[in-house]
Design a protein around this ligand. Structure first.
Ligand code: FAD
Length: 402
């Protein structure tokens, strides 16, 4: 029996994961994106054990693990005291609970894109999506997609299908780029399996995340990021690059081997963040997945993982329920609790790492940091970072039980 026809708006992490899973299940999937020829762009991110479980379900777990860098610890020191004020270790979860994987965004894109294509999903680029209705996507040139049994919105944080007004931007964003992992003595300074950060209060933050290779044989790299307010972006552009690099070196002198690789301002991309959650992932017959449902700053590092879990939950729901409305309700039930919890946690944690408030930084350094070392806090924090609180995979497995 031919599968149902499904149109997916957006060829990002959520859209491609859903396309791969649904096409593997026999549905007829078409993915639309504004980008003419979707290609790997961007810096890096951490896949948590739950996100890796979704890649395993897509059949791409081994390939992404071979490219990425295992992450066993997240830690950060504050200046000038040099005290460790963030220290999360996955091993606190106990054996077998897994660890994170730092990945090049391009590697994740390529792996998901190949999975969707190999499963039989069709991708159509150059389509700016303005709206949806009656099972069709409406494009900016006035044309429409063929009628589908279901339209999925995976257009990300600025989705034209999710909100009438775009979400406001958070005051802080960050400059990002990928840099080669240092060789020789310089490499010994860094833990190749840790996300490492330096802070000055919560006003300044620099970080290095190992991300492995973009493809087999390519150099191993790290994602480098520097916290920056929107309001200060123009001033940063007007500052000589060397003066800014001196500032970064002052905060983290040992990171010179990374900072020295930045020779042109164009290497750095400014990423803006927004925080917002739709009360339901369903509207007007559409299913919203990924950032179009819930977006947050990357301080808790969960967005891509949530997008992957949404895709798996939606695909499982459609496999179990022949009637699409029943499947959509099952999808919503399986994900809504986990999403609300993590959106709240992200909203609470973000100012501890990106804000002008000296009081919040003080609380982070003198209350949160000492408490985080006392049992059972290390385990709770590790579970929070690993996205395993509220057992999202068990909730997805339970879809089959109705
Ligand atoms: C700097 C940064 C660091 C991050 N770090 C992490 C991390 O460590 N861990 C983690 O889990 N998450 C992280 N995230 C979050 C993560 O990247 C997002 O949550 C994830 O990309 C969301 O996936 P998505 O598919 O919903 O949206 P996207 O990946 O944004 O994909 C949306 C797609 O829709 C297309 N599109 C949008 N609008 C239109 C339109 N009108 N018409 C046609 N096409 C359109 C876009 O071209 C794009 O291909 C980070 C985010 C940022 C910005």
């Amino acid at each position: 029996m031919p599968g149902r026809s499904i149109a997916i708006a957006g060829c990002g992490i959520a859209g491609l994961a859903a396309a791969a899973l649904l096409a593997r299940a026999g549905e007829r999937v078409t993915v639309f994106d504004r980008v003419e020829a979707p290609q790997p762009i961007g810096s890096g991110l951490i896949l948590q054990p739950v996100g890796l479980a979704v890649l395993d379900a897509i059949g791409m777990g081994a390939r992404i693990r071979a490219l990425g860098a295992p992450i066993r610890r997240l830690y950060g020191r504050t200046k000038p005291s040099n005290r460790i004020v963030l220290d999360v270790r996955y091993r606190a979860l106990g054996g077998g609970a897994g660890e994170g994987l730092g990945v090049h965004r391009g590697a994740l894109f390529e792996v998901l894109h190949d999975a969707a294509r190999e499963a039989g999903a069709e991708t159509i680029g150059g389509k700016e999506i303005r709206g949806a209705g009656g099972g069709r996507l409406i494009f900016a040139d006035g044309s429409q997609s063929a009628k589908s049994d279901l339209v999925i919105d995976a257009l990300g944080v600025r989705s034209s299908l999710s909100r009438k007004q775009p979400l406001p931007l958070l005051p802080f964003g960050a400059l990002w780029c990928n840099l080669d992992w240092p060789q020789g003595e310089a490499a010994a300074i860094f833990d190749a399996n840790a996300l490492e950060q330096r802070y000055e209060a919560a006003r300044k933050m620099v970080g290095i995340l190992p991300v492995g290779s973009v493809r087999t044989g390519a150099p191993r790299q790290a994602a480098f990021f520097w916290s920056l307010k929107h309001a200060e972006l123009d001033a940063w552009r007007a500052t000589p690059l060397e003066a800014w690099k001196d500032d970064v070196r002052k905060l983290w002198p040992q990171a010179a081997s990374f900072i020295d690789q930045i020779v042109d301002r164009e290497q750095l991309i400014f990423a803006a963040y927004s925080h917002g959650t739709r009360s339901s992932p369903l509207s007007g017959g559409l299913a919203h997945i990924g950032d179009s449902w819930h977006s947050a700053s990357p301080q808790l590092g969960q967005g891509a993982n949530m997008a992957l879990l949404d895709a798996l939950a939606l695909a499982r729901s459609l496999a179990v329920h022949p009637a699409i409305p029943d499947a959509l309700e099952a999808y919503s039930r399986a994900r809504v609790g986990h999403i609300r919890l993590y959106q709240l946690a992200s909203w609470m944690f973000t100012p501890a790492y990106q804000s002008d408030s000296a009081a919040i930084a003080w609380v982070r350094d003198w209350l949160m940091a000492p408490v985080s070392r006392v049992w059972p806090a290390p385990k709770i924090l590790a579970a929070l970072v690993a996205a395993s609180i509220a057992a999202p995979l068990a909730a997805i497995e339970a879809i089959a039980d109705g």
